[in-house]
Design a protein around this ligand. Structure first.
Ligand code: CO
Length: 207
C-alpha cells in the first residue's frame, strides 16, 4: 500500500460527499470555470485560499508563492494574472499576506538561506522603503507583522502597475485590487483598506 493511500482514500470520500450534496457538481464544473476572484497568496500550508474564504472549487483562481510577491518580470505570476483578467474576467484580485510569514521574516534577517534569498530581496526592498515606520514598532513580532502588512500593500501596487491591470482599466473593465492579511492565530482575514478600482484610485494611492 502506498504511503499516500490515505490521501487517495480521503479524495474518494470527498468526491462522494460532493455528489451527495449536489449530483451534478462535477459534471457542471467540468464544463467551465467562472471564478470572480483571483487570489495571490503565500504558499504557507496554513493559508489555503478556498478553505479560509469558504469558497468551493470553481470560485477562486489561485496563485501562491513564498510571501505573496508580485514581481514585474515574473512570467509565472503575470501569466496567471493575464489569464484571470483577460480570459476568466475576474472582478477582484486579492493579494493576501499573513502575519508571522516565514518568508517575510527571513527577508528581515541578516542570515543566508540559499537560492531563496534572491526571491526575498523583493521584500527586503519593501523593508528598506518603510524602514523607519517598521523600526518604530516595539518588539520583533510587531515589526515583522508591520512588514507583512506593508508587503501586501506594495504587492497590490505592483499588481496595479502591471500592463494587464493597466490595460483592463484603460478599457474600462470592472476590476478591483485588494490587500488583505490573514492571522493564523485566529483564522480571520483583515482588509488593509487599500482597494483600488481604477486608474484614478491607483494614481491617488501611489502619490
Ligand atoms: Co508566508
Amino acid at each position: 500500500m502506498s504511503e499516500l493511500e490515505h490521501l487517495l482514500e480521503s479524495n474518494k470520500r470527498w468526491a462522494k460527499e460532493q455528489l451527495g450534496k449536489k449530483p451534478d457538481f462535477f459534471s457542471e464544473l467540468s464544463q467551465q470555470q467562472a471564478p470572480e476572484y483571483l487570489w495571490i497568496g503565500c504558499s504557507d500550508s496554513r493559508v489555503p485560499a478556498n478553505q479560509i474564504t469558504g469558497l468551493p472549487p470553481g470560485e477562486v483562481f489561485v496563485h501562491r508563492n513564498i510571501a505573496n510577491v508580485v514581481v514585474h518580470s515574473d512570467l509565472n505570476c503575470l501569466s496567471v494574472v493575464q489569464y484571470a483578467v483577460e480570459v476568466l474576467k475576474v472582478k477582484h484580485i486579492i493579494v493576501c499576506g499573513h502575519y508571522g510569514c516565514g518568508g517575510v521574516k527571513a527577508a528581515m534577517e541578516n542570515k543566508e538561506h540559499g537560492l531563496i534569498d534572491n526571491w526575498l530581496r523583493h521584500i527586503r526592498d519593501v523593508y528598506r522603503f518603510y524602514r523607519s515606520e517598521i523600526d518604530s514598532c516595539t518588539g520583533e513580532e510587531a515589526q515583522l507583522d508591520r512588514l507583512c502588512e506593508k508587503n501586501v500593500v506594495e504587492q497590490a501596487f505592483n499588481i496595479c502597475s502591471s500592463t494587464v491591470v493597466q490595460n483592463a482599466w484603460n478599457k474600462g473593465s470592472e476590476l478591483s485590487v485588494h490587500g488583505w492579511i490573514y492571522a493564523v492565530k485566529d483564522g480571520l482575514l483583515r482588509d488593509l483598506e487599500v482597494s483600488m478600482a481604477g486608474l484614478a484610485d491607483f494614481e491617488k494611492a501611489s502619490k
